[in-house]
Design a protein around this ligand. Structure first.
Ligand code: 2AM
Length: 185
């Protein structure tokens, strides 16, 4: 099973983020646009996991959720990974995500490392809205131009749950199915 932990987002937040990203979709580039129903904040991508490991991953999700409070993130920034000169992943993020989200992610990561999963380099909370399919677009700088056309915004989202999500890849895009969800404290 291909699994990851994430924060799911309320439907109205996903709709707002989809609207905010609208100017990007004018780009003349091959981009796979993420469907708004699939918008989420990844906490940790696990990759292929044996079904026998799921019970331990569920126990960990419950343990982490019991330790951290609900919080709010304000999405206010559009950007690209690795950077705007080489845009591969187009995202909406937050310049001031609450510390508690970083603490939660670090705690989850620490426990997963003990279970043998590899550590991320660093956590940058974001919602991926598109994946650029041709390197060529990097050179023309069009994403920087399109991003500059997006008016300042502040989209508030309540972070209330952690979800262990299954991702099934299909030709028409990933299909995400929650395996388990835990309410934060
Ligand atoms: P993202 O958070 O930048 O979008 C499910 O595939 C989620 O796990 C995606 O949201 C994706 O990135 C994240 N992810 C992290 N590393 C990944 C990898 N090597 N392959 C696929 N998805 C990955």
């Amino acid at each position: 099973m291909r699994l990851f932990y994430c924060f799911e987002l309320p439907q109205e937040v996903r709709a707002q983020l989809y609207e905010i990203a609208r100017p990007l979709r004018q780009a003349e580039a091959r981009v796979t646009w993420v469907r708004p129903e699939n918008f989420h904040v990844t906490l940790k991508f696990l990759g292929e996991v044996e079904p026998s490991a799921v019970d331990a991953l569920k126990a960990l999700g419950a343990q982490i959720a019991a330790k951290f409070p609900k919080s709010e993130i304000t999405f206010d920034t559009v950007g690209a990974f690795p950077d705007l000169r080489r845009p591969r992943v187009l995202w909406i993020g937050s310049q001031q995500a609450p510390q508690v989200l970083f603490d939660l992610q670090a705690s989850l990561e620490r426990e997963l490392t003990k279970m043998g999963f590899e550590a991320e380099r660093h956590f940058a909370p974001h919602v991926t809205v598109g994946r650029v399919k041709d390197e060529h677009t990097a050179r023309v700088g069009q994403f920087a131009r399109l991003i500059s056309q997006i008016a300042p915004f502040a989209c508030h989202a309540q972070i209330t749950h952690i979800t262990l999500m299954e991702s099934q890849l299909s030709p028409s895009g990933a299909i995400y199915t929650p395996v388990a969800t835990w309410e934060l404290t």
